[in-house]
Design a protein around this ligand. Structure first.
Ligand SMILES: *Cc1c(COP(=O)(O)O)cnc(C)c1O
Length: 434
């Protein structure tokens, strides 16, 4: 499979290059030249297949030309050592729990898959240069990537995160690991971290000094595997007899997760329509209403992993539908919620159903409550375990969310990070000394 850039000004790349480079030379995002449809027989039997088996079929369609199939199966099965169940919350609303992985959030799948795929390519190449992964995080990306890559030989990871803007529980998941993981604490907001990473990739001197690659949701190896979730959601809903008019609702920040769902749709996944649920960062919501995409600085909210003012993957969605606002708005609708509304949703849902939502999942749940039509069944992604946002959830619901042991283990570790300004010259200097 070949990959082109959404900016249309970079050479066509193969999968290996797209994964290693992350971003194309013209700062565009890589897109597969072709999206293969899966055969009807696959969807006929999908309800009887396991998550792992479904995922292997989807992965083969995307990556089968470029990765040895036995190795690919190994990568998929190593990545998905946990389930992603669909849980009924009320009426026709179901939660797709994407938080049963190592760091209790959905990014675990893309992160682990990418780490293993990169390792596969490094081994194939037989070179011994260290590969350096740079990743900007507003919270959950950092923990997922750090844990996905932890101990993977030949790769060093730098996690850039905004000082004071991620929860203590999130922070400990990438600052306490040591080994091949370095946490960089940036005096700025998430968009500053992302800008530092993007500038580093464009800097010739730095690229001569060290081999750099990204692991943000822009990387094809990170965002595409998230499509596995949606095929599994369809399979489990089909088994319940609820898949005929299926609506998928994705709480969105950088729009990688929903973008993967849309790729699944292009592969033939029978979903009727999609909803992108936002917090107060409403750039995409506004685009749907007006047809104008106007990025703005991110604002801090309760659902902080969605605090993105200029979602990178918008470029992919725009490209996927031929830059047509009409096509985009007819398949995807939007929703936006303030922190007050998020609190209210969490309280109401808990009182009514006993289901504990985290602030991100709450946006998804509420968008279905508000937007589901007669006859439709809706699945929203519960993108993180509520314990990852324990202080907030406990405070809002007046309960004591139990911390799973996996999370408690991180919290016992010692925090280590490198302080950094938001100036690229400082960051560059630091990297040149490594
Ligand atoms: C990353 C994240 C999101 C947003 O996902 P995108 O792919 O960036 O749109 C939502 N919820 C949680 C908990 C996250 O970590």
């Amino acid at each position: 499979m070949k990959y082109y850039s959404t900016n249309g000004n970079a050479p066509i790349a193969d999968l290996h290059k797209a994964v290693v480079k992350g971003l194309a030379e013209d700062r565009g995002l890589y897109m597969p030249q072709e999206i293969k449809k899966l055969p009807k027989a696959f969807f006929d039997d999908i309800q009887d297949m396991t998550f792992q088996n479904i995922a292997y079929n989807v992965a083969s369609a995307f990556f089968g030309e470029d990765v040895d199939l036995d190795a690919l199966q190994d990568i998929v099965y190593d990545t998905l050592q946990f389930d992603c169940p669909v849980v009924k919350v009320k009426d026709n609303i179901y939660s797709l729990e994407l938080f049963h992985g190592p760091t209790l959030a959905f990014k675990d799948v893309g992160a682990r898959f990418m780490a293993r795929l990169l390792q596969y390519f490094i081994r194939m190449e037989g070179k011994s240069d260290l590969v350096n992964v740079l990743v900007a995080t507003s919270g959950d990306t950092g923990s997922a990537v750090a844990n996905g890559f932890l101990g993977v030989e030949g790769i060093h990871v730098y996690v850039l995160y905004p000082k004071g803007k991620v929860s203590p529980i999130q922070e400990c998941q990438f600052t306490t690991l040591g080994q091949n993981i370095t946490a960089v604490e940036v005096d700025g907001v998430f968009d500053d971290c992302q800008a530092l990473v993007k500038s580093a990739f464009m800097d010739d001197e730095l690229n001569r000094h060290m081999k750099l690659t990204s692991a943000n949701s822009i990387n094809v190896a990170r965002f595409l595997p998230q499509a596995f979730y949606y095929f599994n959601a369809y399979a489990r809903m089909k088994a319940l007899g609820k898949a005929d008019e299926l609506v998928i609702c994705v709480p969105s920040g950088n729009f990688g997760n929903i973008c993967a769902a849309l790729f699944g749709h292009e592969m033939g996944l029978p979903v009727k329509r999609f909803i992108a649920a936002n917090n107060a960062n409403d750039v995409f919501y506004n685009y749907l209403q007006t047809g104008k995409y106007e990025p703005k600085p991110s604002v801090q909210t309760l659902a902080n992993a969605m605090d993105v003012g200029d979602p990178s993957n918008f470029a992919r969605i725009y490209d996927l539908y031929g830059k047509s606002h009409e096509r985009i708005a007819s398949l995807i609708s939007g929703a936006t919620y303030t922190d007050d509304q998020i609190r209210e949703t969490m309280r109401q849902c808990y009182a009514e159903t006993g289901y504990v939502l985290d602030p991100h999942g709450a946006c998804g749940y509420q968008a279905l409550v508000d937007g589901l039509h007669e006859g439709e069944a809706g699945v929203f992604c519960e993108t993180a375990h509520p314990a990852k946002f324990k202080e907030k959830v406990d405070d809002i619901l007046g309960i004591d969310v139990e911390i799973p042991e996996r999370l408690a283990a991180f919290m016992r570790g010692e925090k280590q990070s490198v302080p950094m300004t938001k100036e690229f010259s400082d960051f560059k200097q630091y990297l040149l000394q490594q």
